[in-house]
Design a protein around this ligand. Structure first.
Ligand code: AMP
Length: 260
């Protein structure tokens, strides 16, 4: 597995791949890799001749310096993970390599003011700013994102339609962990979902979601609501929706979305 840190070196490998007519799959990540990322890598390996994973903790998408500094980083384990998953090339640039000193931040205008965008102002601006950089550097055929971050996926779909028409976006279903905090709260949420009829309309389901939050005594949450799969609105039936939530367990913010 190649580990490359600078753009010019990366570009010589990309040129060699392109000359050989290899298809390239790209999996952008912020590292601290786990089985969820592994699903994206697996999918890219099935679809393409070569798979490139990037690891870059993007300061521009964090709301505070503190959150950025405390984001988990485990370089050695990530190298092992990528090598065990037969990644062809790991791209791990520094911030200086990616950003200019006075970098212009792009403005996301899609799916604004709801879900995560409502609570993490500017977060998605940072996401599309870094992807704009990465897409123009890596120039892959396909790029892979997880449904776990569903609003992000929808925003990136739009961004690619607007600016990177050559690129095909592939969405990968969420890999669920069987252990730990996230699982235990998810279990309760899953039981709640079982009590709902698919034929309910989304507004009725949201009333029940409010009751559930009160019953479970979940005091700290940013949102816990059903929204339409297609346009993230409140229109339609439960069968066409997902439950989106961002709740807190102590200091840990858990975000997920579930389909009935
Ligand atoms: P991150 O490193 O958290 O920025 O995530 C990189 C990519 O992995 C994003 O497209 C995420 O949606 C995706 N991802 C993270 N966790 C999971 C998971 N459990 N299942 C599937 N994809 C995931």
């Amino acid at each position: 597995m190649l580990i490359i840190k600078d753009i010019s070196n990366l570009q010589s490998y990309l040129t060699a791949y392109q000359n050989r007519k290899y298809s390239i799959g790209f999996v952008p990540t912020m590292g601290a890799l786990h089985k969820g990322h592994g699903e994206l890598i697996k999918r890219s390996k099935t679809d393409n001749h070569k798979t490139i994973v990037s690891i870059f903790v993007n300061e521009k998408q964090f709301n505070s310096k503190e959150d950025f500094n405390s984001y988990p980083r485990n370089k050695g384990l990530d190298y092992d993970f990528c090598s065990d998953n037969d990644v062809d090339l790991l791209f791990e640039p520094s911030a200086e390599e990616i950003y200019n000193k006075d970098e212009t931040i792009l403005k996301n205008n899609n799916y604004n003011n709801i879900l995560c965008d409502k609570y993490r102002k500017g977060h998605f601006d940072g996401v599309i700013t870094v992807l704009n950089k990465f897409f123009s550097i890596v120039k892959s055929n396909k790029v892979y994102f997880g449904e776990k971050d569903f609003q992000q996926l929808k925003i990136i779909e739009k961004f690619i339609q607007e600016k990177y028409k050559f690129l095909k976006i592939v969405s990968v279903p969420t890999k669920r962990n069987e252990e730990g905090i996230a699982y235990s709260s998810r279990k309760k949420v899953e039981n709640f979902l079982k009590t709902l009829e698919k034929s309910f309309d989304i507004n009725t389901a949201n009333q029940k979601a409010k009751d559930f939050i009160v019953e479970q005594d979940i005091e700290e949450f940013d949102y816990f609501e059903f929204r339409n799969n297609e346009d993230l609105s409140f229109n339609g039936k439960v069968s066409e929706s997902r439950l989106f939530y961002a709740i807190y367990k102590g200091k840990v913010r858990l975000i997920d979305n579930l389909k009935i």
